[in-house]
Design a protein around this ligand. Structure first.
Ligand SMILES: [Zn+2]
Length: 138
């Protein structure tokens, strides 16, 4: 029986999962801890979220490393991203120009995900995540 092709929605879900792991592992210290970029509290990389500065509905910045960072559940979910603090973090880390660029890129149309791009992204992320886990021993 031929393998049923995944829908774009399914691919986005898979890419989200790998991208979130990538972000959390990228910022994790050797002991597995990550710092929430908006409140500064430490959490284990498996417990912390990957929070978006520009919300995920905008596909072009959904998988942009400058737009996504470790964020605790409280800031990400209960404080809806803790946007004021996140804005300060982005300014301090990347500068106003990067914020302007992110906003510009996020609004480029069409605001959609491409099957080939998503499949490639997922394959790349799998490799990067495996390497990060190996390198950091996590
Ligand atoms: Zn937090």
């Amino acid at each position: 029986m031929a393998k049923k092709q995944k829908t774009i929605r399914q691919l986005v879900k898979i890419a989200d999962r790998w991208f979130s792991q990538y972000i959390r592992l990228k910022y994790a210290f050797g002991n597995g801890m990550c710092i929430c970029v908006t409140c500064g509290k430490p959490y284990h990389w498996k417990k912390i979220h990957a929070g978006h500065y520009i919300v995920r509905v905008w596909m072009r910045t959904r998988y942009d490393g400058c737009n996504v960072h470790p964020q605790c559940c409280y800031c990400n979910t209960w404080l809806n991203g803790n946007t004021e603090m996140y804005h300060d973090y982005i300014i301090d880390t990347y500068g106003q120009e990067e914020i302007d660029a992110l906003k510009r890129i996020s609004r480029i149309s069409p605001n959609s995900a491409d099957r080939d791009e998503l499949e490639k992204l997922i394959e790349t992320l799998k490799l990067v995540v495996a390497k990060l886990r190996k390198d950091k021993g996590l």
